[in-house]
Ligand binder design. Structure first.
Ligand SMILES: Nc1nc2c(c(=O)[nH]1)N[C@H]1C(S)=C(S)[C@@H](COP(=O)(O)O)O[C@H]1N2
Ligand SMILES: [Mo]
Length: 415
């Protein structure tokens, strides 16, 4: 946005920042705008240039893939924390972050063909009438790893960092659905959030996805109001979010106001066509079959990341390297992790911890030694509890560039 252009959501008729917008900007900034009362008419503080800039409060080492809409990835080495903090969490928006959130009047409505009668809850209802649960849940963008496909596919070129594992607190969706009452025709749920389409046309849907009823009714499927013990940050869905671990993160609807219980596969925006779908049968790289030959991505595949050291490290000869990272496996569990320093010829088993809870990522560590000076690559490869391992270099190519779970590789120079 041009800073000189008034934006009605932010400014009143006289061109001064509305008090509510000032509060939003202050919370995004994490501090007060000291001379806010002296801001010139229609003047949006520089840090918010472009749109309300989520990076204003984010880590400067995060990588912006796109700013219209905001898509920001986390370099692998910044994923080192056991639980991902807000300032190291990737951002994937399909539209515009809501500009004003009326948290006092925020509600969640359960409706749809397969609900007995639509029911609406206030945030206070959710927080007081149901038992809260806290889970660490992996959210990985379906397009994470897209940059690794050849031929190149359209979309944000995520490398490794479109993934997070934060601690989410909220109510179980199954408890809400039990309270509202659903019929035996329920097949799927779909979410609706308050974000705006890039065109700013409120009638244009941004994204409205969902999961089969069985996944919706799992214990870990939450309607969350807190992340890492605090209000969910605005960019990650404040004040309410559907959080579904282990599936493409696109099913975890931000700025949530409605859950529809559907009697058929949900048909909201980005549920149809080729969005978040892969070919039913493997295709030759570059071949794009018709839409009816695609299937919806469900559980994400086994994957891992090396979070220490950062790629490109120089290591003195004779020094051991203590590697660490995480592994996750969608609905499954990672059973083993191996590392290789010789391009996958031989593998060494790493220590792999159990997840904190189902659908959380698992931490691993391994000590490696290098025989001589020179250039090496460290590759990490996880295997799930059904014996499925990550492909070493590139998995099955698909036209939208989804679910690339190739081994993460880092460069190490021994000097
Ligand atoms: N309302 C809404 N929910 C959304 C999206 C969105 O654009 N709007 N993006 C989805 C996608 S594609 C991803 S990968 C995750 C990203 O979550 P994050 O930005 O909190 O990391 O949110 C999902 N939920
Ligand atoms: Mo995504």
């Amino acid at each position: 946005m041009d800073r000189t252009q008034p934006k009605s959501a932010l400014f009143n008729r006289r061109g001064f920042l509305k008090t509510s917008s000032l509060a939003t900007l202050t919370s995004l900034l994490g501090t007060n705008i000291v001379f806010a009362d002296r801001l010139p008419k229609h003047y949006l503080p520089l840090v918010f240039d472009g749109q309300i800039d989520p990076m204003a409060t984010k880590n400067k080492n995060m990588v912006v893939l796109n700013d219209k809409p905001w898509n920001v990835e986390t370099p692998a080495y910044l994923l080192d924390d056991a639980v991902t903090p807000a300032d190291k969490m990737f951002i994937r928006n399909n539209g515009l972050i809501p500009e004003s959130i009326d948290v006092k009047n925020w509600t969640l409505t359960i409706n749809g063909e397969s609900v007995k009668a639509p029911k609406t809850y206030t945030l206070a209802d959710l927080k007081t009438k149901f038992k809260p649960y806290t889970y660490q849940l992996v959210l990985e963008c379906g397009g994470n790893g897209r940059a690794g496909y050849f031929p190149k596919t359209a979309g944000n070129q995520w490398t490794e960092g479109g993934v997070s594992c934060a601690e989410w607190t909220g109510v179980r969706l199954k408890d809400l659905l039990a309270d509202a009452g659903i019929t035996d025709t329920a097949v799927y749920i779909g979410y609706y959030g308050q974000d705006l389409h890039l065109s700013r046309d409120p009638k244009q849907p941004v994204i409205s996805r969902g999961v089969p009823i069985a996944k919706a009714l799992e214990d870990e499927t939450l309607i969350a109001w807190a992340m890492n013990g605090q209000d969910i940050p605005l960019v990650h869905g404040y004040p309410l979010r559907l959080v579904v671990g282990g599936w493409p993160a696109s099913v975890s609807g931000k700025w949530l106001h409605t859950i529809a219980v559907r009697n058929k596969v949900h048909d909201g925006a980005k549920m149809t066509g080729k969005s978040y779908r892969v070919p039913i049968h493997p295709v030759q790289p570059g071949v794009d079959p018709p839409a009816d030959q695609f299937k919806i991505i469900e559980s994400m595949p086994i994957k891992s990341v090396i979070t220490f050291p950062q790629t490109g490290i120089e290591l003195p000869m004779g020094q051991k390297l203590s590697l660490r990272g995480h592994a996750w496996a969608g609905d499954r569990v990672a059973k083993e992790l191996h590392v290789s320093i010789d391009f996958g010829e031989t593998w060494q088993k790493a220590e792999l911890k159990a997840p904190k809870n189902r659908l959380a990522w698992q931490h691993w560590t391994a000590d490696v030694s290098f025989p001589t000076q020179g250039y090496y690559e460290v590759w990490a490869r996880a295997t799930d509890d059904k014996g499925v391992s990550q492909p070493m270099v590139m998995p099955q190519w698909n036209p939208e560039g989804y679910i690339n779970n190739a081994c993460h590789r880092i460069a190490v120079k021994v000097v």
